[in-house]
Write a protein that binds this ligand. Structure first.
Ligand SMILES: NC(=O)c1ccc[n+]([C@@H]2O[C@H](COP(=O)([O-])OP(=O)(O)OC[C@H]3O[C@@H](n4cnc5c(N)ncnc54)[C@H](O)[C@@H]3O)[C@@H](O)[C@H]2O)c1
Length: 275
């Protein structure tokens, strides 16, 4: 069991905290004595979630935040400093799925929305809070990636592409920030038991009826979906150890291996043709 007592009194900001994994992370952080800013584009939802955690002894505040909007980040940064002081721990969790389509079915507009939330949103968070962490020479940043960013889930190609981009961005973030004492971690969960899979974006131009069922079985809640509190506990234990890649589902190793083997085959071919 990894000791989480270092979280006591720390200021943590979790995006996408109205429900799902963000709420699970907020709950575990609050239970370990952190003061938690719960931020979400769903203002009423995050308010209710924060009130419920406070009723059970948590010290949380709820702020409206749209991670795609720089002004919204600035507002939250200002409110957070006034209420709790500097942020010790940023958790870029807010994320959306795309249209659950193979590439030929992905609309550029939907892909842009997914990238704007899942990649640019995380970048904005880091650009908002990392400068103050750098000045203090300490801080933790946890980004929520996905196993779909480690291998490729073709049936959710827009979402998968966004999570691949996030992996690369996080590796670069780690290289840039670790010399300043900032620990950057990337959680890559397999399936988590949340409502995310049912929230595919309906492209206005495609004529699909709003609320239509997800286009692929990838959208269903898989049988191996892990409870949010278990995923949150794995994430916080990994971050406490200073791990960069944090995984939740052991079967991900085979998925990665398959992809790496295919890449290495390309180099084997290169070696062969160069001889
Ligand atoms: N559920 C899974 O199986 C799974 C697997 C791997 C990774 N993830 C990742 O975990 C993270 C959390 O997902 P979840 O499953 O809890 O989903 P969820 O839909 O239950 O929660 C996502 C939260 O993000 C908020 N949000 C969406 N857009 C936002 C924006 N622009 N600004 C601020 N908040 C916004 C939503 O209102 C919601 O409260 C995401 O990054 C997701 O990609 C989920």
């Amino acid at each position: 069991m990894v000791e989480l007592s270092w979280l006591r009194g720390k200021v943590a900001l979790v995006t996408g905290a109205a429900g799902g994994l963000g709420l699970g992370l907020s709950r575990v952080l609050a239970a370990n004595g952190a003061r938690v800013i719960m931020a979400d584009v769903d203002a009423a939802g995050v308010q209710d979630a924060s009130a419920a955690l406070n009723e059970s002894g948590g010290a949380t505040l709820a702020f409206h935040l749209d991670v795609t909007d720089g002004e919204s980040w600035n507002g939250v940064a200002r409110q957070t400093r006034e209420a709790f002081g500097e942020v010790d721990f940023l958790c870029n969790n807010a994320g959306i799925v795309g249209a659950y389509e193979m590439p030929l079915g992905v609309s550029p507009d939907v892909l842009r929305q997914v990238l704007d939330t899942n990649v640019v949103g995380a970048l904005r968070g880091v650009q908002t809070f990392a400068p103050a962490m750098r000045e203090r020479q300490r801080g933790h940043i946890l980004n929520i990636g996905s196993m779909t960013g480690i291998d490729t889930v073709s049936a959710a190609s827009d979402y998968s592409a966004s999570k691949h981009a996030l992996v690369s961005l996080c590796e670069a973030m780690r290289d840039e920030l670790s010399p300043d004492g900032i620990i950057v971690s990337l959680l890559c969960p397999g399936a988590v038991d949340t409502g995310l899979g049912g929230k595919r974006i309906i492209d206005a131009a495609s004529g699909s009826a709003p609320g239509a069922p997800p286009a692929s079985s990838a959208a269903a809640r898989p049988s191996n979906a892990m409870p949010v509190l278990d995923v949150a506990a794995i994430a916080l234990a990994g971050l406490t150890r200073g791990d960069f890649f944090i995984f939740t589902h052991a079967e991900g190793r085979q998925r990665l291996q398959k992809r790496v083997d295919e890449m290495l085959l390309g180099f084997d071919t290169l070696d062969a043709v160069m001889q």
